[in-house]
Design a protein around this ligand. Structure first.
Ligand SMILES: [Mg+2]
Length: 228
């Protein structure tokens, strides 16, 4: 029997570039809470979970980090996101839709999400770009604020969904930051970096992913190199 593979995807700057819709929703939520310009300097966003981002923002503005404050800030962020998505000049990244359509047709491939987005935010972003239906399950910021804890959670959900227990060496993690690579390495998965986000090719290479692509535009080459 052909080898089964579980392929877990990051969202922002790996599947889609939302034109920073998420960041603009965060800035608006920050202005609503704290006034001013919604300055997010010093807050690390790329590759971080939404929960960790919200905690950094509340901390920056001196708000107590109670679960209630974090949840209610994130609720506001999620409420603003649908207004921001159509305002931004976003797009599905090169090769992604073709690759997902191809993989979804292969019976030995299982697709899922491994993302720092809240599930509600992930559904809004991918729904807007008509990609949500490719991903029947995932691990999200709701599951843990530490991204490295999300991998095993995604593998558990894959087992429930596919009725098959994937070993770490049967799992691929695809992402655009060192946080995605580290998250994959943390549970022994094969790691695939794409330099379509804010991390340069050189910076990604320092994290020693198993594969590193400029982008996924050349679908045939990506498939051949990864054995997909
Ligand atoms: Mg990303």
């Amino acid at each position: 029997m052909e080898e089964r593979r579980l392929i877990l995807w990051d969202i922002d700057m790996t599947l889609v570039n939302t034109g920073a819709a998420g960041q603009h929703a965060l800035i608006r939520a920050t202005i609503e809470w704290f006034g001013g310009e919604g300055d997010l300097s010093g807050v690390e966003i790329a590759g971080r979970t939404d929960t960790s981002i919200a905690r950094q923002i509340l901390e920056k503005y001196g708000k107590q980090l109670t679960p209630e404050n974090v949840d209610s800030f994130l609720d506001r962020y999620v409420a603003l996101l649908p207004e921001e998505l159509p305002k931004r000049n976003g797009r599905v990244l090169p090769g992604v839709r073709e690759l997902l359509e191809d993989l979804a047709r292969q019976r030995n491939k299982t697709l899922g999400l491994l993302t720092g987005n809240l599930e509600r935010g992930a559904r809004l972003k991918l729904g807007y770009y008509d990609l949500w239906h490719f991903f029947p399950f995932g691990a999200f910021a709701d599951d843990h604020h530490d991204r490295n804890a999300l991998g095993p959670c995604a593998v558990d959900r894959a087992a429930t969904h596919a009725g098959f227990q994937f070993h770490p060496e049967q799992v691929d993690v695809v992402g655009d930051t060192g946080h995605d690579i580290n998250c994959g390495k943390a549970f022994g998965a094969r790691t695939i970096a794409v330099a379509t986000g804010s991390w340069s090719r050189e910076r990604l290479a320092e994290c020693e992913p198993d594969f590193l692509f400029e982008d996924l535009a050349n679908v045939d080459e990506v498939k051949r190199k990864l054995g997909w």
